[in-house]
Design a protein around this ligand. Structure first.
Ligand SMILES: Nc1ncnc2c1ncn2[C@@H]1O[C@H](COP(=O)(O)OP(=O)(O)OP(=O)(O)O)[C@@H](O)[C@H]1O
Ligand SMILES: [Mg+2]
Length: 270
């Protein structure tokens, strides 16, 4: 791990001033799969209780970056990480940082809804049980609260014991968000979470993201530029493992400072 503190990109310099406005920060984060470098000295500060979109061409390193933030890359053979990741003031890769607690604080939602082959209720209870919640009443209360947060409670309240696999795709995606939220993460990482949903379900899902961001920090990978423009407060652009630009979403889309950003958001490549 290097201990240097590289400069943040210019648009982010002001964020450094108020550290409590930053939920997570990477410092010169690089990542290799074997000898192939997938991230190249990425220094990114993600504002707290906002939605930051992470965009860039296929293969630019978006998923790799997300997987560094809660150390899911630890599970990938041949993967090596250099640089630092700060979750609040926790050094994510420090030897004494407990990974299971890190993953409680930094939840993840993937592209395809992946409910466990369990009942609806047990899906939401899964992480709670893992973190030691045993009392039936507390489990029930927290299952209900998480399902209400994602606006699924009214649809499933009478069928909590039914298999989660029988839900529609849109319901399954809200269920896995509820499963992630049940353990009360500060940060939610979402890797193209709406790509399996139809347009109406996508818009409802985006409304949910806006609502979640009132209390949590969201980092959202999306291939959909309209989606980034609709929901994200800030947008970061990756290209070949490098952070090309980070800015307020409106500024980035109306007045990109980098040619690569302009080419990408106007669809000239990617
Ligand atoms: N487990 C892995 N082993 C080896 N190489 C990998 C692995 N995962 C990703 N890569 C490589 O790392 C680079 C970045 O991949 P990554 O999945 O992070 O890109 P991405 O921006 O998420 O792309 P997409 O938009 O297609 O999802 C690519 O060259 C990819 O082939
Ligand atoms: Mg990806």
């Amino acid at each position: 791990m290097s201990s240097v503190t590289p400069e943040l990109p210019p648009a982010q310099a002001s964020l450094r001033a108020s550290d409590d406005g930053i939920a997570l920060r990477t410092e010169s984060l690089s990542l290799w799969y074997g000898t192939r470098r997938a991230l190249d000295a990425v220094s990114l500060a993600v504002p707290a209780r906002r939605i930051t979109a992470l965009v860039g061409p296929s293969g630019s390193g978006k998923s790799s970056l997300l997987r560094c933030l809660n150390r899911l890359n630890d599970e990938v053979d041949g993967c090596r990480v250099d640089g630092r990741v700060w979750i609040g003031d926790t050094d994510a890769y420090a030897a004494d940082t407990p990974v299971h607690e890190l993953r409680r604080r930094v939840g993840m939602v993937f592209q395809r809804p992946n409910p466990f082959p369990l009942s609806i209720g047990d899906n939401v209870a899964y992480g709670l049980r893992l973190h030691g919640v045993r009392q039936r009443r507390e489990l029930d209360e927290r299952i209900e609260a998480a399902l209400r947060t994602v606006a699924l409670w009214d649809e499933v309240a009478t069928r909590l014991d039914d298999s989660a696999l029988d839900l529609s795709l849109g319901q399954q995606q809200r269920l896995v968000v509820a499963r992630a939220l049940a353990v009360e993460p500060e940060i939610l990482l979402l890797d193209e979470p709406a790509s399996a949903l139809d347009p109406a379900a996508t818009l409802r899902f985006e409304e949910l993201l806006r609502q979640l961001a009132q209390r949590r920090t969201l980092l959202l990978v999306t291939h959909n530029m309209q989606q980034a423009a609709r929901v994200a407060d800030f947008t970061a652009v990756l290209h070949q493992g490098r952070l090309v630009e980070f800015d307020d979403t409106d500024a980035l889309f109306t007045n990109p400072r980098q040619r690569l950003t302009e080419d990408f958001i106007t669809g000239r490549y990617g």
